[in-house]
Unconditional design. Sequence first.
Length: 496
Amino acid sequence: MNLNSDYESPFGNKISKWSLLSAKIINHFVKRIFGNTIQSLDLVAIPKGEAYKTFDVLTLVERSDISAMQNNETGKLYDYEEISEKKSIIIGTIRMGFGHWRIAIAIASAAHSLGIHTYLLDLRSFKNNIGKTVKFLDNYYSSLSRFSQRSKWFNEHVWEKVTSNINAGLDSCIIQRNISKLFSPVFANVPKNIPIIAAHPWVGHAAVLAGNKKVISMIPDNLPLAFWLVEGSIHCVQSPSSFIGYRTFSGMEKGYPIQNALPKEKIFLAGHYIDYEIEANLKDDCKRRLERIKNHRAKRFLLTIGGAGAQGKIFFEIVKYCKKYTENGRATLLINMGDNKDSWFSLKKEFDKNSIDYKLHSNWEFSKIFIDGLKDSDISGIHVFFHQDFFAAVYTTNLLIRECDVMITKPSELSFYPIPKIFIQRVGNHEAWGAIRGSEIGSGTREISKIDELKLVLRTMIEDDDILITNINCILSNDKAKIYNGTYKIVKYFDR
């Protein structure tokens, strides 16, 4: 198959004419808005940002983009290097929400621990039509995600269908492939044999269309959605149910019965996408959790907001309910607001109106020192983390995971992390199966959308110890089964 020709039969399966027409209309719409980009980008690697400081990851930028090449602290241009295939990988992601970036960080962490030279490519970072397209689509998605949390009707009748049904059918492969043609110039001059690990299908499609030979598509969702499939790449998944669903294209028929499954050599079960620092220290972190329970220390709850900032309202309900526990030393709340300025200001307004005391942490270097100190000290009250740097906004949660007892989160990519979890309402139906996975392996609750039920779970976990101890023991059992080392398998895939 010529991957650059009209793409009409994903994995050899027939698609209805109406679905093909719809895909072409969407592609035409995107091209009319953003136009065609340049033929190719000339990329170089620079030691820029927190990803370099933390994991020695070099960032790929356009050679001609002086502002991207400039060190804002010194005013000088960074020294750069050409992209090398030798013991190297490229992590391709988009700064859309937090999930795709967090998955990329997990891969960077594993690669760093294995001594692999790593480049980071963010489609949104470019100033041409590539970056503008991603930014537009991200703003569109984030706005609708936030609205879905304010309108029950919209969430049930519109957003749930958009995030599951529309993305489920194999015609979604065609839509994403056509959109990704706009992004393929990014990979035009990239060495064709360097492994490219795609944390978003647009990256995967673009790399395949540009002729790259070693592309891995990371699939985060347990719900089988054709949106994530990239023909011409190797697919990896986090769970057995996801493996079976994607291997057989479960529920993806679009107009005609599916005749061909995903070839067995094009998919593998990696395991959960977890950072090296979290996976390697899992036993010690669980031991400290059990010791805090034994010694009747305040239970530490981590509340982490998503990239769209849709959980601000429920966060206040949690804080208001837990106020008596934070004041009597039974619970401590650590709230990561990411870089969501509007969500944080709205929450701050409620705090001030209701005389809720809190400590704000907004300096990244001081935040790291504070979090590191939690290993050997007690902590009380309410602590809010807000960082405008995007890496810090995402990675604060990763650091806090190791020092907290329970994480309160929507069932997103964080569903797979080895910490006891309370799952609050999802943002889109595709996230539902993350909560199912977490609850089935004993590391989290079922998805809780009613505030009264959430209060009951909070009260039970604060006042009693049995649920938390059960979660911790399940996490330790899961670790013995090696379900948390997916990033290692991905990074080392082409070295097998």
